[in-house]
Design a protein around this ligand. Sequence first.
Ligand SMILES: [Mg+2]
Length: 204
Amino acid sequence: MTRPLISSIDPGRLAFDIDGVVADTMSVFVRLAHERYGLTQLSKQDMLCYNLHDCLDLGKEIIDDLIVLTLDEEHTREIPPIPGAPEVLTELAAAAPLRFITARTEADAIREWIFSILPGVPRSRITVIASGSPESKLGFLHQLEIGYFVEDRLETCKHLKEAGIEPLLFEQPWNRDEPAPGCIRISDWMQLKECLLPLGANLG
Ligand SMILES: [Mg+2]
């Protein structure tokens, strides 16, 4: 596999999306689909596009209900982190403050969740911004002078690329088969760590 040559990224110019990058949010969606609707065949591998209405053979009301449940405060607390994310972010925090920009409309629950998975990082080193929509992430990224953004939504990556911010596309079933011209693909947090922390031993 060819490794992208991005080892010169300044950690201070990097920011992260949360759902689908740090948070394994869709695993909660799948669990709720099993528990509430008996949809035991459903798995994350069925989520082949970002807009679930376009790729899941389920009624609109069911999908909408599951999305609302998944993102509510109670279920946000139950989201497992994506493997490796807490460890790499904790290491990274030694080099630079951590900045997260989510398209969620409310920051409080997901900010508490971020704090909970990063107990070793001082809260003053963590910023969580809820932009309210994918499109409005760009303005916040410019404000914070971010040059690189880790994101799982392909459309957002393309939008950022056009605006001069380097997107790092975090691979998920919903973006894996889509062409992503000009986007650097990241398969998991171990790869991200290799790219970002070539001197990781010195940061810990
Ligand atoms: Mg996301």
